[in-house]
Ligand binder design. Sequence first.
Ligand SMILES: [Zn+2]
Length: 309
Amino acid sequence: MTTHVLAADIGATSMRASLVEVDSGELLARAQVPTRPEAGFERATERLADLLEHIVEHTGLRPAAAGVSTAGPLDPTTGTYQYPPNLPGWHGQAMKPALVGRLGIPVEVGHDATLAALGETRYGARAGARDLVYVTVSTGIGAGIIAGGRAVTGSRGGAGEVGHVIVNPGGRACGAGCAGCLEGQSSGSALAAVGSERLGRELRAEEVFALAQEGDATARAVVLEAIEFLGAGLAGLLATLDPAAVILGGGVARGIGAAWWRELLTAVGRYALPRYEGEPPIELTVLGDDASLLGAALWATGAAEASRA
Ligand SMILES: [Zn+2]
């Protein structure tokens, strides 16, 4: 029997929803609304429930459950937010009870990077892998970890914050204030800030990438520095977890993938253990932004139970 599951992904900017056919990983419908976290948690929950109901009506299918992937941090069992930096005012709140009430089906909530990693183990280029790490390199940097077939969530739901591993002691600080962490060196906000400072005008990360590709020496140096530190961080993950691969997603990863992939692999190779023989298993996601939606669908089904730590 084919199982259909509702899936949602909540980010700081937008909430996306879909109906997933679990066997095939096909997304049968897609819809999106702005998150507007500042307008309040209840309003956002209502708009997400509206969106999911709309998808059910539109497809005419009966979903068995709903899975929600969200920016965190949050408690992986109850889905209660714990001071989420990009969803201001949502601390202590949980969407699960209201969504169960509205939809009348079981609802499971999980951290977006963890669920993206879960999605990769079933539908990505490394489908079937029991040890896999997914790293979002975007405005911030975070990871989802699947080890021995189980999602690693940590004792407080805080595992996977690899963005705050120090790769450059005393270096640039991230928003959380740790000097020289990976996020402070290699995230989209770092690229934008360092690029703007050195080029003397306000630039976004994608503009720094574009200038670097056009041959601007300063922009090129900024990008290569960020790649060097990202290489060190990724080599640390390989050494710690020995995953089948580290899968990269997010806007900065796409920017690196477009023109700087060789440089990234070379940087990882500089810091990785000899066991990788200069060919570290670092790959760009083939699922794009769908990884977390697909993972949310799996999280909500019986298949996800086996993966839950
Ligand atoms: Zn940090």
